[in-house]
Ligand binder design. Structure first.
Ligand code: GN1
Ligand code: MG
Length: 356
């Protein structure tokens, strides 16, 4: 554990305004250690400090370079009236990260803004949909080659299944029993879900700049309830629009959070419709028919991929996602596969709502 006075020292290595900082840890993300740095001087900004997880992100320079590219592109090309994305604060010697027993980065914290783990109402879901759609729309004219590929094959189901297979080969046979239902579910649906990436590989779906981690709590809201922007730009990379839509629905329209047990996990149709309405309003004019056709399948694909990833991590001994107890990733697996199962059954209803 790093002490608060050490963190305050790290903060002072950046070009910060004000002083008398108080630091508190924020618990939401599964990857980095994140702290809210409160400024004693109320006219000066608060900050968000993160220790970058190097087990997940091997090339921190490439990561930071992407964030700088994305923020400056977004702020230059956004529609008038849209708020700016929070700035990355340089260190006193002009770098965008600090190396001190790990890598640290500091961003501006937009005062009176907050994120939500669970959607509160349909207006908020609609606002969230608009924010995710706006991100894709504004990033559409950033050439793909301006971005580094931070985690190759990130949302590639074939790759995730191969990783799961390797993990399965490494565990004792008697452990397989505990996960037989999950493995049977994955085997049953994998082929049908691979269709999205087959279409991508055949060049039939356009590659776009995507956020790739559109979990609901990565959307920032102001205190009037309007969405401000997307945060957590770590995985902004070339991808399919389906990744961002399906991943957002996975958390925004789920009736239980991903750590809850499988009972009660379902898709809330009202939140689905509200989010989709906000999202499609932003991107509809850029979509090709094939993208539209697979939009609803992405609502199955994304929790399915998460189920596969959580299960793989569980089998490997929880090396990737932060866990609070042994078996946490298995609960997440069951939850996400249950959600994928619900989405499979609801596909026709979702299609009808999307086209309404
Ligand atoms: C991780 O960083 P965070 O907690 O928003 C993960 C996402 C998963 C998510 C599941 C780089 O996101 O892909 O969807 O957990 N990010 C990375 O909650 O793997
Ligand atoms: Mg993240």
């Amino acid at each position: 554990m790093i002490a608060n006075h050490q963190i305050r020292q790290i903060v002072k290595s950046f070009q910060v305004e004000g002083g008398g900082f108080t630091v508190s840890k924020i618990g939401a993300g599964h990857i980095h250690d994140t702290y809210h740095v409160k400024n004693a001087k109320s006219t000066c900004p608060d900050y968000l400090l993160q220790k970058i997880n190097e087990r997940v992100f091997h090339n921190v320079d490439a990561l930071i370079e992407n964030s700088v590219t994305v923020i400056s592109h977004f702020n230059q090309h956004k529609r008038s009236g849209m708020p700016d994305m929070p700035k990355i604060i340089p260190t006193v010697d002009g770098r965008f990260h600090l190396q001190s027993n790990g890598y640290w980065r500091l961003t501006e914290f937009i005062k009176e803004s907050r994120s939500f783990d669970r959607v509160q109402n349909s207006d908020q879901a609609y606002e969230g949909g608009k924010a995710v759609g706006a991100f894709i729309k504004v990033m559409a004219n950033l050439p793909l080659n301006r971005l580094n590929v931070i985690i190759p094959n990130f949302h590639d189901l074939k790759y995730r299944l191969a990783e799961l297979d390797t993990a399965l080969n490494d565990i004792p046979r008697n452990k397989l029993k505990e996960i037989s239902t999950e493995i049977a579910f994955i085997k049953k649906y994998a082929d049908q879900l691979l269709v999205i990436e087959s279409m991508r590989n055949a060049g039939k779906l356009p590659i776009r700049v995507c956020h790739n981690d559109t979990k609901f709590n990565n959307i920032l809201f102001d205190d009037s309830g309007k969405a401000v922007c997307l945060i957590d730009l770590d995985t902004v990379m070339p991808g399919l629009i389906h990744y961002d839509f399906g991943d957002a629905i996975r958390s925004c329209a789920a009736t239980a959070n991903e750590d809850a047990d499988i009972e009660g996990v379902d898709i809330d149709l009202e939140s689905f419709q509200a989010f989709s309405h906000g999202f499609m309003g932003m991107v509809d004019d850029m979509l090709i028919d094939a993208e539209r056709e697979y939009m609803v399948l992405s609502v199955v694909l994304m929790p399915f991929i998460m189920g596969v990833r959580f299960l793989t991590d569980h089998l490997r001994g929880d090396k990737y996602f932060k866990v609070e107890y042994t078996g946490h990733n298995l609960i997440r697996t069951k939850n996400q596969l249950a959600l994928a199962g619900k989405a499979i059954k609801l596909q026709l209803d979702l299609k009808a709502l999307l086209n309404k």
